[in-house]
Design a protein around this ligand. Structure first.
Ligand code: ADP
Ligand code: ZN
Length: 213
């Protein structure tokens, strides 16, 4: 099963990806996570991407496309995956279409997440992430059992640098300008399914069952 997730930052893509990744035993491939890993490891790609990510701007298409092409060739992606945060431009969507055609593969589900700007800012400002395993928390909506520590692995919970309010606003602008056009692009191909994303985690499961049966 192959999924593509489209939606603004903070619309809950990462949370839904984790649910579906466990349900179907397929990897959650987040280009944001991949880029942050490169930046932390100070790889050549990481050095080139860091300034864009920190400012909430898009990393140039050529870099991201090459990174995804490489990632999709890994064995764990052979039975499917969830692409979260890619494609983010029409050029990336076209590159992905070509990668899929070359491999004779199709994407079964393209989910369109949406959420109001107010909800997004509330979510991102309270978001905390496990520095070890990547599990997502929220100070009010999904609090860990012990403050500041991950329930699953005990890792320290941190706030992403680009979750500061100014950078969130920039990321929202970039989304509406560069990525929202993909909604039309995939709608024209009749591939898109809308997910009402102003929902809380408990309300999600029955809706996902409906969408993905
Ligand atoms: P969010 O969707 O919450 O903004 P991500 O973790 O998906 O966060 O992305 C964080 C940053 O990584 C983006 O602001 C951008 O700089 C970079 N990035 C991630 N995916 C892409 C992509 N497909 N194309 C260009 N830049 C990307
Ligand atoms: Zn953890």
């Amino acid at each position: 099963m192959r999924f593509i997730f489209i939606g603004p930052p903070g619309a809950g893509k990462g949370t839904v990806a984790k649910i579906l990744s466990r349900r179907f035993s397929i990897p959650h491939i987040s280009t944001g996570d991949l880029l942050r890993a490169h930046i932390q490891q100070k790889s050549e790609l990481g050095r080139q991407a860091a300034a864009f990510v920190d400012q909430g701007k898009l990393v140039p298409d050529a870099l991201v496309i090459e990174m995804v092409r490489t990632r999709l060739k890994e064995p764990d992606a052979s039975q499917g995956y969830i692409l979260d945060g890619f494609p983010r431009t029409v050029e990336q969507a076209e590159a992905l279409g070509k990668i899929l055609r070359d491999e004779g593969m199709v994407v079964e589900h393209i989910l369109n997440f949406d959420a109001s700007n107010a909800k997004i800012i509330e979510r991102l400002s309270g978001r905390r992430i496990c520095s070890k395993c990547g599990e997502i928390y929220h100070v009010r909506n999904i609090p860990p059992k012990k403050e500041g520590l991950c329930d699953r692995c005990g890792g320290e919970l941190i706030q992403r640098k680009d979750d500061s309010e100014d950078t969130v606003r920039r990321r929202l602008e970039v989304y509406r300008r560069e990525t929202a056009p993909l909604i039309d692009y995939y709608n024209r191909m009749r591939l898109l399914k809308d997910l009402p994303a102003d929902l809380e985690v408990a309300e999600l499961n029955p809706i996902l069952d409906q969408l993905v049966k």
